[in-house]
Design a protein around this ligand. Sequence first.
Ligand SMILES: [Zn+2]
Length: 265
Amino acid sequence: MTKVWENEKLICIEEKDVQYIQFKKLLEYPEIKHCYTLRKNLNFPPIYKNEQLLKQSYRKICDCLNLDYTKVIKPHQTHTTNVEIVNEVKSLENVDGLLTNKAGLTLLTTSADCISLLLYDPIKKVIGSIHSGWRGTLAGMCKSTINKMIEGFNSNTEDIICCICPSIRKCCFEVDEDVKNVFYEKYKNLPEIKDIIIKDEIKEGKQKYKIDTVKINICLLKDLGLKEENIIDSNICTVCHSDKFHSYRVGKEASGRNAAIVSLN
Ligand SMILES: [Zn+2]
């Protein structure tokens, strides 16, 4: 196990030929294990695309984190706001978020530019792995998640820690007028809206915009009552760093997937 780099919030580890990052805030809790994977020798494709490669990747990363790869739960994600509380290994359709308070299960969602959130409530001992791409962010995925933690586990929002994994960022999330309009309509009342949506260049006669979906998630989480110091952003753009992370904007249909993993001991 070697440290590749670290900053004030993150540490990047290389182990058995694969790399992953960990949030220092979550490392304060020895009762959980977590990581967000890098692309080096790891890829978590949808099960129907390449089950063998997916299972191989489960084994590799579970080996590093000392987890049982047969206890991995990965839903078939379809950009919904459906969050499921899981108590056993099972297949899940149209689910984009997983929560549990059961020890021994490993929650895994995947992304390539979409936002992955890793959650932990250290008081109620609830963990979560969430996929919130731009469609999920538009539909308020983080709100569904926090509400589910309150309903299902009686979590207090001021206890919840939410880590925002590497994803596409404002620097690279360029959209046309139509996508800009739906985001504006939904989130125009956020005080930070002027920073969230900015007018960019005109390309081939079309006005382009850039949207900060990470900031939208941060605003929503704060509105829900999470403490600022409990919202930890990795600050890494997967498009700018597509040499290190799988990126859908860069790799298109052939792009692999990174995994956001968390498990309670
Ligand atoms: Zn970027």
